[in-house]
Every structure is written in structure tokens, then in C-alpha cells.
Design a protein. Structure first.
Length: 399
């Protein structure tokens, strides 16, 4: 473009006058359109969108790379600190050449070496026991830090690769099973961990099998089978827009669990990692007796799991024919819907409560400072006018 006046830019758009582009392919493409001007607009819009997406993806990758680098440096620094500390402790308490023995030998002589008897003896010395205690504390601290870093990286999706074995989900299964066990005790139901137990056919489907209290089922056997999963096979690909749960895969899993464990109802608890939770419902029922709930991997929603447990008891008991007539199905359904709304409100209130606690703590600090300042000013005033701050009995004063 040779003249700046050939393009006008405003807040609402761009106007191009007498723009000449030497490109035969572009000319051939536009000549095939009914509205070449509209074609030009489409090409510009496409180019702008591609550029925006490329810039956004590049910035996201840069942030992720920076986070990876920071965590790597933290881990390297921590490992070096542990090694340096261990070496320094060993050097200090060396019974032959350590600074401690050399300094104290001047006053006590060779007898001090008896105080540094190695920990391998039947009666370790106090210093040897201190060394063992320090080594254990360092080891425990390392495990705690490693675990915390792993949880942080998992939560942020940093350095997370494809699961290597099915055992990787055991921690999540244990958290879910613990809540189920607590609720089962309330109703005198029997909750049995079955994730590692195969049925006659060799299948291990189902992680926890709940058998309802027979007093609540008129002696009939009613079972709920629970599955706790973190598998990617239940989730849409992360490359898709708004990845959600694959419903068909969930139904296949739950149908298999029902058949394997001879249960009347089945519940799948799935972690939310990799899902678009703005688009994915946390509660979804299938075919009357199957349920999916979606919870956080690190902090599963206990209230939602408890509500699912009640849903399972309802569906399992409703399978008994002669009990069906006495069950207010519509009323129970409405109650579940209302409870789910209340749980949503509860999560919102919890967030607001946390914000409020922070604000109250801040206000408390300000109030403390105010009181401190006022008391100080009153003490200064008392000194200035040279009086003592004591209680006065007004009955002895002349009015």
C-alpha cells in the first residue's frame, strides 16, 4: 500500500480504498464467490482468529513451562538441602574427627568417646539417638513435602502424564469408601470393600458393595454397588471443546457392576479432573437405577456422596415389589431435587463464609490496633495531667 489515506481505522471497523493485492490464487478464489467483498471480510476474520488463538496457546504454554521450571528448581534445591544437612550432621557428630568431639576432648579426654557410641550398639548414646531422630525428622519432612508437591501439580495439571497402573486411583477410592462406610454405620447397613475381590466369573467390577439392613427391607436382600474412578476412558478428549463425561461408557460400567454383584442400584463416583465443570452436571441418573456423581479429586464433596447413598437406598428398596406401593416416589424425587439445590447453595455459602472469615480476621486486627492506640493515648494523658486511673466511689464525693 503506497498511500496511508487508502485505509481508515475507527472504533467500529476498518475501511480500505483502492487496495491492490498481487495474488492470482486470491483473485481466482474471490471470482468464484457471489459476493467477493464478503469473501474478503471472511478471510480477514479467519486470519485474525488464527492469530488470536496462536497467541493465546503460546501464552498458556509459556505459563505452564514457567510453572514446571519453578517446581523443578524447588525440588532440586530441596534435595540438595537434604543432602547438605545430612552431611553436616554426620560431620558434626563424627566420634573420631567431628568438631563436637574435638572441642569437648580438650576438657574430658578420651572418655567422651563413650558418649558417642554408635547407634548399632545395644545401648546407643544420647548423641547417636539424636542423630537417628534428626534423620527420621528429615525423612518424614521430605515425604510430606513430596506429597504436597504432587497434590499441587496434580491439581494444576502440571507434569501429569497418563496413569501407569490401575493402582494410581486407590487413594481416591479410599476417600470415597471412607465416606460410604461412615454413612453405612448410621443405617446399620453392611459396606464391603470389593475392589480387589473377584466374583465367580473373574470380574472385579465394583469398589464398595453395600447391603441394606434387612430390618429396612422386610428380610429381602437389597444391594448398592459403588464404583470410584479416575479413568480417562470415562471422559471426553481434552482437545475437544468443553470435555464432558462419556455417558455410554458410564452406563456400560454400571450395568456390568450390577450384573457382577447382583445389585439393585449402582453409583459411579468420578473425579472432575479434565472435565469442563461449567458444562458437566455433577449429578446424572441413568435408566432409573444408575447414578453418576462428579467430585473433586483431592477434596471429594462428602455431602454429595451422602445424598447419593440415600438415593441408592431409595432405588434399591423400591425394587422390592410389595414395598413399591408404600413409597411416595414423586415426593422423594422432589426432595432429592431440593437437596441438590441446597447443596449447591451450601457450596456457595462455604465460599462466602471463607471470604467473610478473612474479612473478620482483618477487622479484628484493626480493632486490636485501635484499642492498643487508645489505651496508649489514655496512659499518656494520665501521665500528662498527673493523676492515677483508679475507680472512684461517687458516694464519698460532694455533689
Amino acid at each position: 500500500m503506497s498511500n496511508e489515506e487508502e485505509i481508515e481505522i475507527s472504533e467500529d471497523g476498518v475501511v480500505i480504498h483502492n487496495l491492490e493485492i498481487d495474488d492470482s490464487a486470491l483473485s481466482e478464489y474471490l471470482s468464484s464467490l457471489e459476493d467477493p467483498a464478503e469473501g474478503i471480510r471472511d478471510l480477514i476474520n479467519i486470519a485474525f482468529e488464527v492469530r488470536s488463538r496462536f497467541t493465546m496457546d503460546l501464552e498458556t504454554q509459556n505459563i505452564k513451562d514457567s510453572a514446571d521450571a519453578v517446581i523443578e528448581r524447588i525440588e532440586e534445591a530441596y534435595e540438595q538441602m537434604v543432602e547438605d544437612l545430612k552431611a553436616e550432621v554426620t560431620r558434626l557428630i563424627d566420634p573420631e574427627n567431628g568438631p563436637v568431639i574435638k572441642a569437648l576432648d580438650k576438657a574430658t579426654g578420651d572418655n567422651l568417646k563413650q558418649l558417642l557410641a554408635p547407634e548399632t550398639t545395644l545401648d546407643p548414646s544420647p548423641i547417636a539417638r539424636l542423630k537417628l531422630s534428626l534423620a527420621k525428622d528429615i525423612s518424614d519432612f521430605k515425604l510430606e513435602v513430596d506429597g504436597t508437591l504432587t497434590e499441587i501439580k496434580t491439581k494444576l495439571g502440571i507434569g501429569v502424564t497418563k496413569r501407569k497402573t490401575a493402582a494410581d486411583g486407590n487413594d481416591f477410592e479410599a476417600k470415597i469408601d471412607a465416606v460410604i462406610q461412615d454413612v453405612a454405620r448410621i443405617y446399620a447397613d453392611t459396606a464391603e470393600a470389593t475392589g480387589a475381590t473377584a466374583e465367580a466369573g473373574g470380574s472385579k467390577k465394583g469398589d464398595t458393595l453395600v447391603t441394606l439392613n434387612s430390618d429396612d427391607t422386610q428380610g429381602q436382600v437389597c444391594k448398592i454397588i459403588w464404583e470410584a474412578k479416575t479413568d480417562a476412558r470415562f471422559k471426553g478428549k481434552s482437545t475437544t471443546q468443553s470435555p464432558k463425561v462419556i455417558d455410554d461408557q458410564v452406563k456400560i460400567e454400571l450395568n456390568g457392576a450390577i450384573a457382577t454383584r447382583d445389585a439393585q442400584a449402582a453409583i459411579l463416583v468420578l473425579d472432575s479432573n479434565g472435565l469442563d465443570m461449567d458444562a458437566q452436571p455433577i449429578w446424572r441418573e441413568y435408566e432409573g437405577n444408575k447414578l453418576l456423581i462428579v467430585v473433586d479429586l483431592l477434596m471429594p464433596d462428602e455431602e454429595l456422596i451422602k445424598l447419593a447413598y440415600l438415593w441408592g437406598r431409595w432405588k434399591s428398596r423400591a425394587s422390592i415389589g410389595r414395598l413399591a406401593a408404600t413409597i411416595d416416589t414423586e415426593g422423594i424425587k422432589n426432595t432429592f431435587d431440593a437437596l441438590r439445590l441446597r447443596l449447591k447453595d451450601l457450596r456457595n455459602v462455604k465460599k462466602a463464609h471463607n471470604d467473610a472469615v478473612k474479612a473478620i480476621n482483618s477487622a479484628g486486627t484493626i480493632l486490636f490496633d485501635f484499642r492498643k492506640d487508645v489505651n496508649g493515648m489514655m496512659e499518656d494523658l494520665a501521665e500528662t495531667i498527673n493523676i492515677d486511673l483508679e475507680e472512684v466511689d461517687l458516694s464519698d464525693e460532694e455533689l
